[in-house]
Design a protein around this ligand. Structure first.
Ligand code: WT7
Length: 661
């Protein structure tokens, strides 16, 4: 047994390409290699394939309107309702008893919603929202953990044409306040609390604190997740109990509002290079069609499957691949409240076994943690139901890929390494599991219909194997339409770099995702990571500026610079270099105040791994902080790159010394 194992390890280590099994291909949703050519030759009409996955109230004639780049419109003369597509039509098609959502709480409590159950509750909550005053186009903020009421609230909003803005439950009160202010949101759905590693967290206290920072009144709905014992807070006049509202609407129906394809379905705030988060706008037609299409083509989801994306709905991954894509296709989507290592490190595999999960989609940071914990945890469980595995959020190194392939997929499941972003709405670069060869470490070719390339600083394609910048030359249905109330920033952030912004010829417009990449002879793209001041910590996107401004807000801090340092499990970790004002000591208390400042402003995910006090920051003669150097120091590199352009080269050694403490 041991010998077999070593032999297998050695063989896997050398193997550079992997193909899906015949058995997988025989059942896959997409198996024809010709699909790439078919999309290319038929572009943009090829996107009708995605549009056709939905039911439209008014069928669109025009696939793409590119008359005003970069404000592209898709299926623009069509109308539809997203909740109708995710719920009603499955009920009408005879699948009312199929399970839509299976939910499991951290303590092992479970809930099951059939499409009929979902239909009923979405209608009732939609009616309740209307009664609270929500009108079409009002932004409703959802600040909720992983409870079934979150997708229900999203669908209820979609039903009445009110865009939702989901704020990740791990974000702080301040982060909630900023997002509600930015979106002028007068409605909030939140929760009393939830469980994390056995503790009942007081979520409502955070929500209340966020509300206090607003100048406008907010109608709030509170889901009682913890039961009366956990409530503790009395509800104020503007706060309503979710269960009571739904009970009052018992059996009520709300007609799904006919939305234009280009009408906003939701806003999702994400981090950028400045301190202000960006409100990414996604639409009803293009986004939903794209989410459904990629769920079908890449995740190979079929209605009979039990499908599990182990992300949080508070991020785009959860929007597209826990809620909208899977429900549009009428499958069973599994939701889990807790963490992978509670009560034990086999929790996820226990759930795979229990629910006989067919498709599992997670992030490389989780896979690296599983690897560290060891294969004995998955080995305790029967994982033979799995057919396909996926990853998203950051680059996956070949070693982690192969571990996932062997110990979770038992060498039988293809892996899709899917590159995409909050802004792209859905997957962009990955192999199609029933078609392409997989190369661990490389996401794969752009999907059919996606025109992504790797270029140099001038926009010229780079040679195979050379590092460059990822760009996308043609629009796609799932793309963001703009940044909320900020068309100018939309152009600046994503287009200016490689486009002729004065041109109205769509060929002169190129989307820049701000990732570095390389491409090989077969057109496979390896993502190298962000090239802007955005960190990727455990697959979560954080702006260095946001963290810096949180630190500078702490009393006694004069200046701060934040960079990402390499981390085995998190991928990147936050390193904060801090200059104190005179009269403040660089002691443990100061460090704690800085960490608390970051947690208050953003949330625990942004917590610095290390706070390094320094008398000065390394700056160029023009006064720019040399971040590259700070990154090298964070990574413990002894030989630093060129420091000759520094104004204050002497400080480097001192910082290096402090970082080692
Ligand atoms: C950034 C987008 C897409 C949902 C989760 C993150 C990085 C994403 C991959 C991948 C290498 C990846 C990129 C991208 N990224 N997927 N498969 N391989 N890097 O969404 O928070 O908008 O972050 O995540 O750097 O730009 P996000």
């Amino acid at each position: 047994m041991v010998d077999d194992d070593t032999e297998l390890e050695a063989r896997l280590e050398e193997q550079e390409t992997f193909d899906p099994s015949e058995e997988f291909v025989a059942q896959a949703n997409v198996t024809d290699e010709g699909i790439y050519e078919e999309f290319e030759e038929n572009w943009p009409e090829c996107w009708d394939r995605a549009g056709k996955l939905l039911d439209w109230d008014t069928r669109y004639d025009e696939i793409l309107d590119d008359s005003n780049p970069p404000f592209y419109e898709w299926f623009a003369d069509g109308t539809l309702n997203a909740a109708y597509n995710c719920v009603d039509r499955h009920v009408e098609n005879g699948d009312k008893n199929r399970v839509a959502i299976k939910w499991e709480g951290e303590l092992g409590d479970t809930r099951t919603y059939t499409y009929q159950d979902l239909y009923r509750e979405v209608n009732e909550f939609a009616a309740a929202l209307r009664d609270l005053g929500v009108e079409e186009d009002d932004v409703v903020t959802l600040y909720m953990p992983m409870v079934p009421e979150l997708p229900i609230a999203m669908l209820a909003c979609a039903r009445i044409g009110a865009p939702h803005s989901v704020v990740f439950a791990g974000f702080s009160a301040e982060a909630l306040g900023t997002r509600m202010r930015s979106a002028d949101s007068e409605y909030l759905v939140t929760c009393d609390g939830y469980y994390r590693r056995g503790d009942a967290l007081d979520h409502l206290a955070k929500a209340n604190e966020g509300l206090e920072s607003l100048d406008h009144d907010v109608e709030t709905v509170v889901v009682d997740r913890l039961g009366d014992a956990g409530h503790g807070h009395g509800l104020t006049e503007n706060q309503h109990d979710y269960a009571e509202l739904v009970a009052e609407q018992s059996g009520n129906r709300v007609d799904p509002v006919e939305r234009g394809a280009e009408d906003m379905l939701f806003l999702m705030y994400t981090s950028g290079t400045t301190g202000q988060p960006k409100g990414v706008k996604h639409t009803t037609g293009g986004y939903l069609a794209y989410a459904a299409w990629t769920t079908h083509a890449v995740l190979d989801v079929k209605p009979r499957d039990t499908y599990w994306c182990a992300a949080d709905i508070g991020w785009i991954t959860g929007h597209s691949y826990i809620v909208y894509g899977p429900l549009a296709l009428g499958t069973t989507t599994l939701m889990y409240e807790g963490t992978p290592d509670y009560p034990e490190r086999d929790r996820l595999w226990e759930l795979v076994e229990k629910y006989s999960v067919d498709i599992f989609y997670t992030a490389p940071t989780a896979i690296r943690a599983f690897m560290k914990w060891g294969s004995k945890f998955p080995e305790r469980r029967d994982l033979s139901s799995l057919r396909l595995l996926g990853t998203v959020g950051e680059p996956i190194n070949p070693r982690a890929w192969k571990w996932y392939y062997r110990h979770i997929g038992e060498e039988e499941c293809p892996i899709v390494d899917t590159w995409w972003q909050t802004e792209t709405g859905g997957m962009m670069i990955t192999t199609l599991p029933g078609v392409g060869t997989m190369k661990p470490g490389s996401a794969g070719p752009p999907l059919p219909g996606i025109d992504a390339t790797v270029v140099d600083t001038k926009g010229e394609p780079v040679e195979a194997g050379r590092a460059g910048y990822l760009t996308v030359d043609e629009p796609w249905p799932g793309m963001l339409r703009t940044l909320y109330n900020n068309d100018e920033r939309f152009i600046d952030e994503y287009w200016r770099e490689y486009s002729d912004v004065d041109s109205d010829d769509p060929d002169d417009w190129v989307y820049f995702p701000e990732d570095g990449a390389k491409i090989d002879e077969d057109g496979y793209i390896t993502i190298l990571g962000r090239v802007d001041d955005v960190l990727n910590v455990s697959g979560h996107r954080l702006g260095t500026m946001e963290i810096e401004s949180a630190i500078v807000g702490v009393e006694g801090v004069a200046e701060a610079a934040v960079v990402g340092g390499e981390h085995d499990v998190k991928g990147e970790a936050v390193y904060a270099y801090v200059i104190l004002e005179d009269g403040y000591d660089d002691d443990e208390e100061m460090r704690e105040r800085i960490v608390a400042g970051v947690e208050d402003a953003i949330g625990p995910i942004a917590r610095p791994e290390q706070v390094i006090f320094t008398p000065e920051l390394p700056k160029t003669r023009s006064g720019k902080i040399m971040r590259r150097l700070l990154e090298e120091i964070a990574n413990g590199e002894e030989e630093l790159g060129d420091t000759t352009t520094l104004r204050n080269p002497d400080v480097v050694e001192e910082i290096q010394r402090k970082a080692q403490r």
